[in-house]
Design a protein around this ligand. Structure first.
Ligand SMILES: *Cc1c(COP(=O)(O)O)cnc(C)c1O
Length: 381
């Protein structure tokens, strides 16, 4: 079976993890800050805070913005459930903004219209999570402008988009947002097994995130409520969590980062080959927005002639591990119980009904990709 995504682990990656295992620190040693500085400099961000998953990162980003009961977070329905669950963890409410039918990202036009209605009703969102679906950035200058007009904070969920560019900046630069979240799950572009990270340009947010990932504890006298009682002293100044990344994960991440540009180049080449090889088939192929470079986490086609379910089953039977991204979050039972229903976000639902994610990862060979294309041709006959 050719999977839809797969990690790429080199001998250097294994040696980097092995070296940590032989060292004094398995966690809270030097590898985490080293990984953070690699990410900060890659993204051109003042700060990077590594954690144990993107799910934790999203939760902490919401906490750092003081999202709580009575507040509202909006995101795209075309995402992994974690982009919305972070609000529920904080006791806040969730709503969604439908997607653009070309990029499958949160639609800035619909966002503007929904904000106008929300303002009239007196219930504006405190946070909007902009998900860079498939590795292509959202229209961040439009979303950033709306955030200034309506006073909400933007968190970028760049779980798909490390190595992507928006305009002349790397995603993670936070030019139009307060924080950007990355995931290092093995199906993503760079892996630490489990892992996540937040970039920000804001010193106060970075300090808060560092505290929240470790129980809300600080050893910095400037953050304490009283003078330290001695050199052993620490204070828990708020309720935090154990969301720390290990040194083994961070060492793997730093080693992976040395190949990020090669990973992206290979993904881009595979996307261009798919574009060429699939052009004559009854499929909607991914559209690239101007001035953007996708990280190509996913290559999604929409089936216009053959029902998606039968296309999916034929491809799986042919040994092609296709997948579907995403079942709209508002249709999950947990969200239906909150009042959402079919028809609420028609663009995301129409897209979902036709979408299939084809195999896309740096280790996919041309021959394997040709095999995927042949199977797809047969399945569409
Ligand atoms: C994978 C993913 C997450 C969650 O990442 P974890 O590191 O597995 O917690 C969140 N949002 C999106 C869009 C994702 O694809």
């Amino acid at each position: 079976m050719i999977p839809y995504g797969r990690q790429s682990i080199s001998a250097e990656d294994i040696a980097a993890v092995d070296a940590v295992l032989r060292s004094d620190f398995l966690t809270q040693g030097p590898a985490v800050p080293a990984f953070e500085s690699v990410l900060a400099s890659y993204c051109g961000a003042r700060h990077a805070v590594a954690v144990n998953s993107a799910t934790s990162a999203l939760h902490m980003a919401c906490l750092a913005l003081d999202l709580g009961p009575g507040d509202l977070l909006w995101t795209s329905p075309n995402t992994f459930v974690a982009s919305a669950n972070c609000a529920l963890y904080c006791g806040a409410d969730v709503d969604f903004v439908d997607v653009d039918p070309r990029s499958y990202n949160l639609c800035p036009q619909r966002l503007a219209e929904k904000l106008e209605r929300a303002k009239a009703r007196g219930r504006l969102p405190k946070v909007v999570v902009a998900v860079h679906f498939s590795g292509q950035s959202c229209d961040m200058s439009a979303i950033g402008e709306l955030s200034r007009r309506y006073g909400f904070a933007v968190i970028e969920d760049a779980s798909h988009a490390i190595g992507a560019r928006y305009g002349d900046a790397p995603v993670g630069n936070c030019g139009h947002s307060r924080m950007t979240v990355f995931s290092f799950h093995p199906v993503k572009i760079v892996t630490t097994a489990e892992g996540g990270l937040i970039t920000t340009q804001d010193d106060a947010l970075a300090q808060r995130l560092q505290r929240l990932r470790s129980h809300g504890i600080t050893r910095d006298p400037a953050q304490m409520e009283d003078a330290p009682e001695g050199p052993w002293y620490y204070q828990q100044v708020e309720l935090g969590y154990n969301y720390r990344m290990t040194d083994m994960q961070a060492a793997l991440g730093s080693s992976q980062m040395t190949r990020l540009d090669a990973f992206i180049a290979r993904r881009r080449a595979l996307a261009a080959r798919y574009d060429r090889l699939l052009a004559d088939l009854p499929l909607v192929l991914p559209a690239q927005a101007n001035g953007q470079e996708s990280a190509w986490h996913l290559y999604v086609v929409q089936s216009t002639a053959v029902p998606r379910a039968s296309l999916f089953e034929r491809l799986r039977a042919a040994g092609i591990g296709v997948n579907v991204h995403y079942i709209p979050v508002h249709l999950q039972p947990h969200y239906r119980r909150l009042g959402f229903k079919p028809g609420d976000f028609p663009q995301a639902e129409a897209y979902y009904s036709r979408a299939v994610s084809l195999p896309m990862y740096a280790g996919l060979s041309d021959e394997q990709q040709d095999h995927v294309v042949t199977a797809l041709r047969d399945a569409l006959r």
